[in-house]
Design a protein around this ligand. Structure first.
Ligand SMILES: O=C(O)[C@H]1O[C@H](OP(=O)(O)OP(=O)(O)OC[C@H]2O[C@@H](n3ccc(=O)[nH]c3=O)[C@H](O)[C@@H]2O)[C@H](O)[C@@H](O)[C@@H]1O
Length: 432
């Protein structure tokens, strides 16, 4: 479990903006009682402290609110509006939650590059190394995408963002991800995937005009379903992990808000997304790291001694699916908390439709890294993992024009190239 080292057990790390708090309390204290000299002295001291405080770095200045304490949004309004402004009048205005995450950063960049306006929101929590999230943020910043640092559970913050910008779409990708970690930190799944999602929908139901929502569900909702390939019509009432249960709950919650408030909602069931700038808690990523360090990796096998398999899907294919979903999303039909007519409600599988055994994943990595892998084959632990996944993507092909084109070997080649460059400290690492 080395890849889970340093993972905190508390959800949604969101530190208050110390710089602003210090500034506002100190500035409003007892200026009137001070002599001219002490005023000058205090001002100099204040300026010194503000300049030297680590909290005055650009990243923490991005906190617009902490739930109870709101920083002056006007400071950031200009930046927020600029980031969210599409290049032309036909472009979309998209709020991407989880923008510093793996899928979120790729989708944000793709939207921005084609001319849409994009504002990011991310709590930069410490589930995995936040320096990777900061590196993604830097690249987005260069492309003109600003990420507000905040949590989807912060109602006041969300309200401020929707007061500042009229969003046509919300791409909701913020979540507590990872199947196995749910056994260690169940609360963080409830916090982000259920409470956070409901909080977002509560704000969206009253926004006028309401944006259309596209959000990340998961292949894990199929749980113990054994009918292959997994179709959207198959049963999803046998989750094998709390993570899967929260994603399934998200689908039901989405339906409720669609039904009552007329929100247009599209759920995307992602199948084991991998690629450059990926998530270090995923097997392909920490296998690579451990193989490079000469460590032994655990390769799970199913109870019948077969290899477990995944429908690994390359990030660029997923991005195309996300954009296809956004482009085909119909407008919401409510406003001010009231529905006028039925709104669009969709769920799609986004997979590669070609499951690969984990043993094969390991041999591809062995070839690409040119290192003899030390592996231990162990029985699939009872930790929420399912034995296999396999997507039927007929519906996404028909409705979204989705067509994955990258097989696992080609995709891992791109991942390994990125990984070696990023972790070698090479200056080229910032390229996308
Ligand atoms: O498809 C999805 O919806 C899910 O895909 C991944 O979950 P998972 O498919 O379990 O991906 P990994 O954690 O990277 O595991 C990949 C495979 O490696 C296996 N594995 C994992 C860890 C390990 O030490 N050894 C090992 O053989 C797993 O059993 C699995 O078959 C993501 O982590 C989830 O957040 C996402 O929702």
């Amino acid at each position: 479990m080395s890849h889970l080292d340093n993972i905190p057990s508390t959800p949604g790390k969101h530190k208050p903006d110390k710089a602003f708090r210090f500034h506002s309390s100190a500035a409003s204290s007892s200026l009137s009682k001070l002599t001219l000299y002490s005023t000058v002295f205090l001002s100099v001291l204040l300026i010194f402290l503000l300049l030297s405080s680590p909290s005055s770095t650009p990243s923490t200045r991005r906190h617009l609110s902490t739930g109870t304490q709101h920083t002056p949004v006007s400071l950031s309004h200009k930046v927020i509006r600029k980031s969210a402004r599409p290049r032309s009048t036909t472009g979309h205005t998209v709020l991407v939650t989880g923008a510093a995450g793996f899928v979120g950063s790729h989708v944000s960049l793709a939207l921005k590059r084609r001319g849409d306006g994009v504002l990011g929101l991310d709590n930069f929590n410490h589930y995995y190394d936040p320096t990777l999230k900061r590196a993604r943020e830097k690249i987005l910043e260069k492309a003109g995408v600003f990420i507000v640092e905040g949590d989807i559970n912060d109602r006041g913050l969300l309200q401020q963002l929707f007061d500042a910008v009229v969003f046509t779409h919300v791409m909701h990708l913020a979540a507590q991800a990872g199947v196995r970690y749910a056994m260690q930190s169940p609360g963080s799944y409830i916090h982000s995937n259920i409470a956070g999602f409901v909080n977002l929908l509560e704000v969206l139901k009253s926004v006028n005009p309401q944006p259309a929502i596209i959000w990340a569900s998961s292949s894990s909702v199929y749980g113990l379903n054994s009918k292959v390939p997994f179709s959207e019509k198959d049963r999803t009432d046998q989750p094998a992990s709390l993570y899967a249960a929260t994603k399934k709950a998200g689908e039901e919650i989405a339906h409720t808000y669609n039904h009552i408030y007329g929100l247009s909602i599209t759920g995307l069931r992602f199948f084991t997304v991998y690629g450059p700038w990926g998530r270090p808690d995923m097997a392909y990523f920490f296998f690579t790291r451990d193989i490079m360090k000469g460590k032994t990796i655990d390769v799970y096998e199913s109870p019948d001694k077969g290899s477990v398999a995944r429908d690994f899907t390359y990030i660029d294919d997923i991005v195309k699916g996300c954009l296809g979903a956004l482009d085909t999303a119909k407008k919401s039909t409510g406003g001010g908390g009231k529905k006028r007519e039925p709104a669009q409600f969709r769920i799609f599988n986004l997979g590669n439709t070609s499951p690969v055994p984990v043993s094969r994943l390991v041999s591809i990595l062995e070839k690409l890294l040119k290192v003899k892998v030390k592996k231990k084959v162990v029985p699939l632990p009872r930790n929420g993992d399912v034995e296999f996944t396999h997507a039927n993507i007929t519906l996404a092909m028909k409705e979204l024009g989705y067509k994955p084109t990258t097989d696992l070997e080609a995709g891992l080649k791109k991942f390994v190239k990125w990984y070696l460059s990023f972790y070698s400290g090479s200056k080229k690492k910032s390229s996308w």
